[in-house]
Design a protein around this ligand. Structure first.
Ligand SMILES: [Zn+2]
Length: 462
């Protein structure tokens, strides 16, 4: 241990689920090296030393990867470098190579000048307090010294084999894919070459400047190109990935967006056919339609906290074969490894559609038509955001409202429900409302706005 190696991170980069910053401002190669050294310390405490490392298509990723690998090696780690690819391929590598841990260098769906690190320890997500510990170890310079090794260990072929093996279907489909110039590029091109059907690829080349559009399929405008292609080519479905392909967005054969909580209904019915009575998990932002559909298909619906690491942990605890979030993270622990993998979700979705009697558009039309808001975001100081939620909860409890408090408040009324929760990652309050009709939605929005203003939060028209 040498305190002269001590390293301080910009305090904003150590976040709840990952480490993330702006290149050249809050994050640089020396930070990556210190992350490697501090992570190696945590790993050594658990008795491990084999770490799989991968990186996405951002311009800054190769430099961060080199520095991270150097840091891991200086602390005695055996580094398995899988190279450039999507985040789920790194998760796969941890299983496939029987590594003790994994680190993915990725800025996910964020702007090109940002980058970061998603970590796994054992086969579990590394998050929350564990990430804060990385900061404490680095600040104290409390590192292990050792002579490590590194080896280039591609897993692309093994990963592709597993994905292709997961495909089944009775009729060929026409599919449009929007890779958004993200990290899945090469893997996706190789995958569709091995799947039956006709495939139209958009933005398949990896480009860390994201010239076509922002790689975030949860924002409707980023799906426009995909919607146009689906309509023009008469596709059965359109599939989009975020920048590192751990999140998915889909559109039906008419180019209409099918949100993650709707896609989950299709997937849940299929999974429950083989796992009757299983628990299927989604977050508090998901539509009531999803939870009702899970119950109707013989499953146990479980509404849980938003946050992909939290959902993954809950899945393991309840032995749930399927979980997903509104934000497009979908996890299969049924014939897969339980991690969020948009490529695998795509393969399972195509398999269902290729054997289904009805089209994807007909499936969408069969869902109860509720009216809802998208995710609403109200700026609120970091120091106030949790207090506001507590104040709202207390007022509602005093008024005898029907409130679910698993994550923030989700209030049920005869019109439907509204949600208010504090973001784990930003100085915002997140809300959503869903009702049977527009009049009901109006009443829910009014109730939400009234609660926010009673706690002094500025509420623009929404
Ligand atoms: Zn992502």
């Amino acid at each position: 241990m040498s305190s002269s190696d001590a390293h301080r991170f910009d305090p904003t980069i150590l976040r709840e689920y990952d480490i993330r910053g702006t290149i050249g401002q809050t994050l640089d190669a020396p930070d990556a090296r210190a992350i490697g050294r501090a992570f190696a310390k945590v790993l050594s405490r658990s008795g491990g030393k084999r770490v799989a490392v991968g990186y996405d298509g951002r311009l800054s990723s190769p430099e961060l990867e080199l520095a991270l690998v150097d840091g891991l090696m200086k602390s005695g780690c055996e580094v398995l470098r899988i190279g450039r690819g999507p985040t789920p391929m790194l998760y796969f590598a941890v299983w496939h190579l029987e590594a003790d841990a994994g680190i993915m260098i990725t800025g996910s769906h964020n702007p090109p000048d940002q980058n970061g690190f998603k970590m796994m320890l054992g086969r579990k997500p590394f998050y929350g307090e564990q990430i804060q510990e990385i900061g404490r170890i680095a600040a104290a310079g409390d590192f292990v010294n050792g002579e490590g090794s590194e080896r280039t260990t591609p897993v692309t072929e093994a990963y592709l084999d597993k994905l292709v093996e997961a495909y089944s279907g009775n009729r060929p489909l026409k599919v449009a894919w929007d890779n958004g110039n993200g990290a899945a590029g090469e893997v996706l091109q190789a995958l569709v070459a091995r799947l039956p059907g006709e495939h139209f690829l958009l933005n398949e080349t990896i480009d860390g400047t994201f010239p076509a559009h922002h790689p975030d399929p949860t924002v409707a405008e980023n799906l426009e190109q995909l919607q146009e292609t689906v309509r023009a080519k008469g596709c059965d479905i359109g599939i989009a990935f975020d920048g590192d392909a751990d999140r998915i967005g889909v559109v039906d054969g008419q180019g209409r967006i099918v949100w993650a909580d709707q896609l989950l209904i299709l997937l849940a019915r299929s999974v429950l056919a083989n796992h009757p009575g299983a628990t299927i998990i989604s977050d508090v932002k998901a539509s009531q339609v999803l939870f009702d559909a899970i119950a109707a298909a013989g499953g146990k619906p479980l509404m849980y906290k938003t946050g992909h690491s939290l959902i993954k942990s809950k899945m393991a605890e309840t032995q749930s074969p399927l979980a997903g979030e509104m934000s497009g993270y979908i996890f299969f622990d049924d014939r897969w490894y339980g991690f969020d993998d948009a490529l695998y979700v795509a393969v399972r979705t195509l398999s269902i559609l290729a054997s289904a009697e009805e089209s994807f558009a007909a499936f969408r039309d069969s869902l109860p038509a509720l009216v809802n808001t998208p995710e609403l975001r109200f700026p609120c100081p970091e120091s106030r955001k949790f207090e506001v939620v507590t104040e709202v909860r207390d007022r509602l409890a005093a008024a005898g409202a029907d409130v679910d408090g698993i994550d923030g408040v989700r209030v049920n009324t005869s019109d439907g429900w509204w949600l208010l929760r504090a973001s784990n990652t930003q100085a915002v309050l997140v809300a959503r409302c869903e009702a049977k009709d527009d009049t009901g939605l109006g009443r829910l929005k009014e109730a939400l706005a009234s609660q926010l203003s009673q706690s002094g939060v500025e509420v623009p028209a929404f």
